[in-house]
Design a binder for this molecule. Structure first.
Ligand SMILES: C[S@@+](CC[C@H](N)C(=O)[O-])C[C@H]1O[C@@H](n2cnc3c(N)ncnc32)[C@H](O)[C@@H]1O
Length: 347
């Protein structure tokens, strides 16, 4: 691998697939919808990796010539092994010195590549050179301000424990190409016309924490290089801290939370009706609703923020079905919100 042309650690295509390829394939579809390449002519995927975009292009246009080129021989070998016929074509090559003639392609794209090329302007000039007049040059990079959540959580946690992680974090999150306007600015500076931008979104759904964590240790990309050289004790500390952050953000727990809140709302409706006819004394309410373990009168305006508070409870791992039995009463009425007000310091 030429150090001048790439700072991406690429040694194992299968490890890359588990870490990122499974998600970049999702992005490829959304990206192609946005790009809208010319209808005819050859297509080139620069920095194709294990072929996420190359395969997506070959599937979408079964009769067109589609080439994927990458500096990393292990990725190209892996991509080749995934083909079922003789297309698409995969080749080893440097984005900064493309081996194709001027104007050879109708469309040329770089999919999640520019962050890893020290001089992306050189690669983009090359992409422009090999694109025919009127053709399309396209690129996508991670959005370092609003996106790349799966790595943001990891790197911010790692830096708090190991200051050495800052270099890798900043290469991703403070990269000039990835900040707002960075990519469009690069395109304009290269003399490309009619530059259009759009924010694209994909979901990354992990089965559990290990499904999220283990692929980072596969040795690929900046994160793989970082962990490959990390002392085991630091690795273990970062893992536990990231596990904690992951647990707080987990999707299935949120669905459970919604379920509990919904149940609470139904129950609170009954309490409200009762309050309309009875005194608000806790004893009377307890008598009428024996299922509630704890009834507390709370004069606070926090109900508006109840979802934040609930998320807080969830973050501390305190959410359990028992909490839904707790009822918070406000000046405006009663709402069962499934939390223990004592734990929030409100009672
Ligand atoms: C994050 S991966 C993206 C791979 C693929 N496009 C995808 O979306 O899954 C970045 C890729 O850029 C490649 N790369 C980095 N610098 C390159 C260069 N100068 N020429 C060709 N490929 C390069 C790396 O080898 C790696 O495969």
């Amino acid at each position: 691998m030429s150090l001048q042309s790439s700072n991406f650690h690429a040694s194992d295509g299968a490890a890359y697939e588990v870490w990122l390829g499974r998600w970049s394939s999702r992005l490829a579809t959304v990206f192609l919808d946005f790009v809208q390449f010319p209808e005819f002519g050859d297509l080139l995927d620069v920095g194709c990796g294990t072929g996420a975009l190359t395969f997506a292009m070959a599937d979408r246009w079964p009769t067109r010539s589609v080439i994927g080129v990458d500096l990393a021989a292990p990725f190209i070998a892996y991509a080749q092994s995934r083909r079922t016929g003789d297309r698409p074509t995969f080749e080893i090559g440097d984005a900064c010195a493309l081996k194709y003639g001027d104007g050879r392609f109708a469309g040329v794209a770089a999919h999640l590549v520019f962050l890893f090329i020290p001089k992306p302007e050189v690669a983009l000039r090359e992409m422009r050179r090999v694109t025919r007049s009127g053709g399309t040059v396209a690129a996508v990079v991670w959005d370092s301000r609003g996106g790349l959540v799966f790595q943001r959580m990891l790197w911010d946690t790692a830096v708090a424990i190991d200051a050495n992680a800052r270099v890798a974090r900043d290469s991703l999150f403070a990269n000039p190409v990835a900040i707002p306007g960075g990519l469009a600015g690069l395109f304009q500076a290269t003399g490309l016309e009619d530059v259009e931008t759009q924010s694209l979104t994909i979901r990354m759904d992990y089965a559990n924490f290990e499904d999220y964590w283990q692929p980072f240790l596969g040795g690929q990309g900046p994160v793989g290089a970082y962990f490959a050289n990390l002392a085991p004790s630091l690795n273990a500390r970062i893992k536990e801290a990231v596990r904690d952050a992951f647990a707080r953000a987990q999707g299935p727990a949120s669905e459970r939370l919604d379920e509990l809140v919904e149940q609470g709302r139904r129950e609170s409706h009954e309490v409200l009706e009762f309050l309309g006819r009875q005194s608000t004394a806790p004893d009377a309410i307890s008598e009428r609703f024996p299922g509630f373990d704890t009834l507390r009168l709370v004069h606070a305006s926090f109900v508006e923020e109840q979802r934040i508070q609930l998320a807080e409870m969830q973050a501390h791992g305190d959410m359990s079905p028992a909490f839904v039995r707790h009822c918070v009463l406000t000046e405006r009425g009663a709402r069962v919100v499934g939390i223990d007000p004592l734990r929030l310091g409100l009672a």
